[in-house]
Ligand binder design. Structure first.
Ligand code: GDP
Length: 444
C-alpha cells in the first residue's frame, strides 16, 4: 500500500543518519527525495507531494531539536507530523444514531463496505441496518442480503423495485428500529450525469449525517475528479479505502482525502464482512514506517520541546565543556533527561551513546533512578546560588541545613554531592577525548 514502500526506503535513509548529531542540507535532501519518490510512484498528486516535501525540508533545517534529541529522531518526528497532517485524523464517527450514505463508482466496493461497516457498528453495541438502493447492478441485492446475513445485521432492499429513491424512503421506514442506517447507492462505470442526479435525489430523501466515498485502493489520478464531483453533489465527510489487501498503492485515495478536505474512515482488507479496520493515523503511520514506538517517541520529543523551551539565561551548556561543571549544569541535565523519559532509554537515543561509550562509563555514573532524581531535585531547590555554583565548598553544617530545608536526609545530600563529583569526573574524561563534536552536541 502507499506507504509500505516509503516505510522501507525511508527507514534505510534515516538509518544512515543514526549517530549524526547535526543534519546537513544534503541529508534532508536525501530524506525528502525518498519520500517524493515513494509517494509519486504511489500515485499521490504531484502538488501534494511537493507541499509535503517542502514542509519537511523547511522544518528540518529551521527548527532546533530539543536538548538530548538525536537529529534522526527529530527528522522522523517531523516526517511523522507532516504525514499525519497530510493523511489527517480518522473521520469522526460517534457511536450514536446516524445515517451514512455511501457513494462511489461501480466495483469500488460499496456494497461490501456497507455490510462490513454494519458489522463493525454491531461490534460496538449499536444496531445497524443496511439499505440497498442499487437497482442498476444485477446481483447487488442478493450480494448485500447475503453479506448482511453473515454479518447478522438488518437489511432492506427491493429486488423488484426500480426507483432507488423510493427504496431509500421505504428502507428508512422499514428499519426504523435501527440506530445506524447505512445507505448503499448504485455506481456506474464512470461519472455519468444520471448517477449524480440519482445520488442527489437519494441524498435529499435520506438526509445523511455522514457521506462516505468508497474508493478502490487501485485508483490513481482519477480519484481527484471523482472526489470533487461526489463532494459537490452529496458532500463527502470521509473516505473508505477498499482492497488494501491487494497490491494497490492507494495514493489516489490520499489525493481524494485532500481534495475533499475530508479524512479516512475505514480500510477494507478482504472480502469477508470482518475484513474492515477503523482508520487510525498514528498506529497506521507508525506501522507503515515500521517503527512501532513512533507515536511514543514523538510524544517524548514534544514533551522535551515544551519543557526545555524555558531558557535559563544564566545557564550555558558550553561552560560544561570548558571545565566548569556546576550543580546547576547537573540540574539542567537532569531536567532534560527527566523530560525525555527513563534514563537508560534516553542514553540510547543520544548519538554516540548507543554503542560502546555507555558501557565504558562506571555503572554508578548512570545509576540515577527516577526516584533519586526527584530527591536530588528537592535538595537542589534548597541550595543557595553560591552552593549550586561551588558545590565543593559545601560543608557539614550546610549539608544539615539543606537536608532539613528539602525534607530529605543528610545522607541523600551527600549522595548528590557524590554523584556530582562522579559526573564531573566523567565529563573530564570526555573533555580529554578532544574536540569530538558529537560529544559537544550531546552536552547541549
Ligand atoms: P460495488 O459495485 O461498489 O458495490 O462493489 P462491490 O462491493 O460489489 O465490490 C466489488 C468487488 O470487490 C467484489 O468482488 C468484492 O468482493 C471485492 N471487494 C470489496 N472490498 C474488498 C476488499 O477490501 N478486499 C478485497 N480483496 N476485495 C474486495
Amino acid at each position: 500500500m502507499v506507504l509500505d514502500d516509503l516505510g522501507s526506503s525511508l527507514r534505510g535513509t534515516l538509518d544512515k543518519l543514526r549517530g549524526k548529531s547535526r543534519i546537513s542540507e544534503e541529508d534532508v535532501e536525501e530524506v525528502v527525495k525518498e519520500i517524493q519518490r515513494s509517494l509519486l510512484s504511489a500515485d499521490v498528486d504531484v502538488s501534494l507531494v511537493m507541499e509535503l516535501s517542502d514542509n519537511i525540508k523547511t522544518r528540518s533545517l529551521e527548527e532546533e531539536p530539543p536538548a538530548g534529541t538525536p537529529a534522526r529522531d527529530f527528522i522522523l518526528h517531523i516526517v511523522y507530523e507532516e504525514l499525519v497532517d497530510l493523511i489527517g485524523e480518522s473521520t469522526e464517527l460517534p457511536l450514536e444514531e446516524q445515517t451514512i450514505l455511501l457513494a462511489g463508482l461501480q466495483g469500488s466496493g460499496k456494497t461490501t463496505t456497507s455490510a462490513k461497516m454494519a458489522w463493525w457498528f454491531s461490534t460496538k453495541g449499536l444496531r445497524p441496518a443496511v439499505i440497498q438502493t442499487d437497482t442498476f447492478r444485477p446481483g447487488a441485492y442478493d450480494q448485500a442480503k447475503e453479506m448482511c446475513r453473515r454479518a447478522e445485521v438488518d437489511f432492506y432492499g427491493d429486488p423488484d423495485g426500480d426507483d432507488p429513491v423510493q427504496i431509500a424512503r421505504d428502507g428508512l421506514e422499514a428499519t426504523i428500529d435501527a440506530d445506524v442506517h447505512i445507505v448503499d447507492t448504485a455506481g456506474r462505470h464512470a461519472l455519468e450525469d444520471d448517477l449524480i442526479e440519482e445520488i442527489e435525489d437519494i441524498e435529499s430523501v435520506v438526509d445523511p449525517d455522514v457521506g462516505l466515498l468508497v474508493l478502490d485502493a487501485a485508483i490513481g489520478q482519477g480519484a481527484k475528479e471523482q472526489a470533487q464531483q461526489f463532494d459537490e453533489s452529496v458532500g463527502i465527510d470521509g473516505v473508505a479505502i477498499t482492497k488494501l489487501d491487494g497490491t494497490a498503492k492507494g495514493g489516489g485515495a490520499l489525493t481524494a482525502v485532500d481534495q475533499t478536505d475530508s479524512s479516512i474512515a475505514f480500510l477494507g482488507t478482504g472480502e469477508e464482512v470482518q475484513d474492515i479496520e477503523r482508520f487510525e493515523p498514528n498506529g497506521f503511520i507508525s506501522r507503515l514506517l515500521g517503527m512501532g514506538d513512533l507515536a511514543q517517541l514523538t510524544e517524548r520529543v514534544e514533551r522535551a520541546m515544551e519543557q526545555t523551551g524555558v531558557e535559563d539565561e544564566d545557564w550555558d551548556p558550553e561552560d560544561m565543556l570548558e571545565g566548569q561543571f556546576t550543580l546547576k549544569d547537573m540540574q539542567k541535565q537532569m531536567e532534560a533527561m527527566n523530560n525525555m523519559g527513563p534514563l537508560d532509554q534516553v542514553l540510547d537515543m543520544i548519538p554516540g551513546f548507543g554503542g560502546g561509550i555507555k558501557d565504558q562509563l562506571p555503572d554508578d555514573a548512570m545509576d540515577v533512578t527516577q526516584d533519586r532524581m526527584r530527591t536530588f531535585e528537592f535538595i537542589m531547590d534548597s541550595m543557595t546560588e553560591a552552593e549550586m555554583e561551588y558545590p565543593r565548598a559545601i560543608g557539614a553544617s550546610q549539608i544539615r541545613r539543606i537536608a532539613r530545608g528539602s525534607g530529605t536526609s543528610e545522607e541523600s545530600v551527600r549522595e548528590l554531592l557524590q554523584q556530582y563529583k562522579m559526573m564531573e569526573k566523567t565529563l573530564k574524561q570526555f573533555q580529554g577525548m578532544g574536540s569530538d563534536k558529537e560529544m559537544q552536541r550531546m552536552m547541549q
